[in-house]
Design a binder for this molecule. Sequence first.
Ligand code: C5P
Length: 285
Amino acid sequence: MEIIEKAPAKINLGLDVLYKRNDGYHELEMIMASIDLADRLTFTKTESNDITITTNSGFLPTDRKNNIFQAIEAMKKRYAFEGGVHVNLQKNIPVAAGLGGGSSDAAATFRGINRLFDLEATLEEMTELAIPIGTDIPFCLKGETALVTGLGEIVTPLKRPIPQSWVVLVKPKISVSTPRVFSKIDVDTLTHPNIKALQKAIEDNNYTEMTQHLGNSLESYTMKKFPVVKMIKEKMLDFGVDAAVMSGSGPTVIALCDKHSRAIHIANSLKGFCQEVYVVRTLNQ
Ligand code: C5P
């Protein structure tokens, strides 16, 4: 039997770093949504006890360093199912981009293993197993537009999904290490987006108000280290997007447009500066 799961990328419409905790992690307040740019994972049972991963991506480890591997190990330890698993990962989400690709793959793995072995694991149980593997996985398990707080493990779905929008994504040819960004930021000097106002605008289905409150506390650090990120955001705004913000710790910059034709036009203009440009929709379950 073969099980297929889609793993959608996430975007941060808002990311506020509140403070650094004693354990070195950061207390966050974020608004996150899923988009229709997705990896595709295929799960099959195998006779041996092994976990094996194949992928079309040249950038990813296929051993224990991969989140998929860790998610299967966690499920096996908790539910003690017999036999091994082979996973084929078709990678479509750019890697180390601020789009939560690795976390979404892990979330898809929890769902896939649950179905493949009929484990009847609840969302709460899978979330508990997910937290030590990656702080964005709890959001990816739910997938709805949400306020995400704590380290990333407290996911509160908003009353409604983000207003229908087209998202132009530009991923410059650099990779950003999230642990490195968090270890380098000076929390006292960060800017703080108004997450409450962003949440209210979304829940009021007010697109214009929403575009005025996009923001990311990590943007200034990543932009200083990689000026190309700043350049992309400025180009997007020059070309007339409704709003633009860096996603996660970067380097991908996302821009919102209410009209598809304008999103396509702007994406084509941006292709002059950057190879990896996507036009996607938000997923509104
Ligand atoms: O858990 P995840 O792999 O997403 O996090 C990567 C790194 O980002 C962590 O190892 C930690 O250094 C940093 N981080 C943090 N505070 C958070 C989430 C992540 O400092 N709330």
